[in-house]
Ligand binder design. Structure first.
Ligand SMILES: Cc1cc2nc3c(=O)[nH]c(=O)nc-3n(C[C@H](O)[C@H](O)[C@H](O)COP(=O)(O)OP(=O)(O)OC[C@H]3O[C@@H](n4cnc5c(N)ncnc54)[C@H](O)[C@@H]3O)c2cc1C
Length: 355
């Protein structure tokens, strides 16, 4: 059976981002790579959005950039700017196409459906396949979204609605998210932060229909794309073997308080590429520990006091939006962290800290 220097298990966001990063920096000229991916065909299955706080390789896969966003709680709306860190959406269809077309040109890179087709004994393995053991107490961000099109112009495509909490909460944390890609096209998503065993929140289609028709007051539209998913808001046990490293969601690249993962995956890919010659002895890359600590307390508060969360998120965005964006994107300094912490309701957080 064929042997390779490197194996990437899972050709999704993290696996392909890493392969692309290695390829464009000429790390696969004298090295071989096998990518193990069971899917038969790549098609758009996600829209990855984030504030662009660091450069990445996929500017040509951006659907749209925004410099304004809003947050709603009942009877209050906050409008904010993000000129320094535009909010961007990457189209996964364009991302997959760009990467696959590039990788196919290098004969040192081969795709397989199953790892059993090759000899993996002497390879260094990057694994992005989840083996998450779901414990019923874990929190998830679970959601469903539709891209809709209208005949006439309807949306203000200059501003996204990042979180609209003016909706049913059902003793949990729930908001809608609207990304207007054009005046007649938008992604509308219903998002919950809760334990996955709560089936009562899974009537996503009804929630979205009701929101579009009764809250946005839009009756005539067609659905052109749908996505559904769940992001774990807990860290998988990330045991490091000598010849194996986890990447992507299973590599701990999700920011627990937000679910943002895409840019962390890009940073991780860059780190691996910079250390690829000594990868077996390179230490694991991780999101700064201070965010692990702060997010853990934040999620404890969220779990205990879900009814307080719309106001907590709303208050977080008081003051400079740059500071909050940097905090939520792992870029904040000590003073910026402090300014966010001071906006939080003290007793609730102290009680969560002492739990
Ligand atoms: C619908 C959706 C929308 C999201 N939106 C955002 C967003 O807007 N912003 C953001 O920052 N994050 C977002 N995320 C979170 C995160 O960025 C994505 O989940 C991202 O795809 C994670 O990358 P990954 O490589 O870890 O996992 P994936 O992209 O899921 O890749 C895993 C790959 O492993 C393959 N695989 C499965 N089983 C096997 C097996 N046995 N052997 C080999 N391969 C296997 C799968 O087919 C898949 O291609 C979203 C997640 C989802 C689900």
């Amino acid at each position: 059976m064929k042997e390779f220097d490197y194996i990437i298990i899972g050709g999704g966001c993290a696996g392909l981002s890493l392969a692309y990063e290695l390829e464009i920096h000429n790390k696969l000229i004298n090295k071989t790579l096998a990518i193990i991916e069971p899917r038969l065909k790549y098609k758009k299955d996600k829209i990855w959005s984030f504030w662009k706080v660091t450069p990445h390789n996929f500017n040509d896969c951006i659907k749209k950039n925004w410099q304004n966003f809003s947050i709603n709680i009942p009877n209050q709306t906050k409008h904010l700017e993000c000129y320094n860190y535009p909010y961007q959406s990457v189209d996964s269809g364009l991302f997959y196409e760009k990467i696959i077309n590039t990788l196919r040109k290098n004969n040192n890179i081969n795709f397989y459906k199953d790892i059993k087709e090759i000899n993996s004994e002497n390879s260094f393995i990057f694994n992005s396949v989840p083996s998450l053991k779901n414990n019923n107490n874990n929190l998830w961000q679970h959601f469903s979204g539709v891209e809709i099109e209208t005949k006439n112009n309807f949306f203000d495509d200059k501003i996204i609605n990042l979180m609209d909490f003016d909706c049913e909460q059902r003793d949990s944390v729930h908001f809608f998210y609207t990304l207007p890609f054009a005046k007649n096209k938008a992604l509308v998503e219903t998002t919950w932060i809760s334990k996955m065993n709560d089936k009562s929140q899974k009537d996503y289609d009804n929630q979205i229909k009701d929101y579009i028709e009764n809250r946005l007051n839009l009756k005539n539209y067609t659905i052109s794309y749908k996505e559904e998913g769940a992001i774990p808001l807990f860290y998988p046990s990330n045991n490091r073997d000598k010849n194996k490293m986890n990447i992507g969601t299973v590599g701990g690249m999700t920011r627990l308080s937000t679910g943002y993962t895409f840019l962390n995956i890009q940073k991780h890919s860059k780190y691996i590429r910079e250390n690829i010659e000594n990868i077996a002895t390179t230490k694991n890359f991780a999101i700064d520990k201070k965010y692990h600590f702060l997010d853990k307390i934040f999620l404890r508060v969220l779990e205990k006091y879900p009814e307080k969360m719309p106001h907590i998120f709303f208050k977080m965005f008081n003051g400079s939006s740059n500071t909050v964006i940097k905090f939520l994107s792992n870029k904040s300094n000590f003073l910026e962290d402090l300014s966010i912490i001071l906006k939080m309701p003290k007793w609730v957080f102290i009680k969560a800290l002492l739990k």
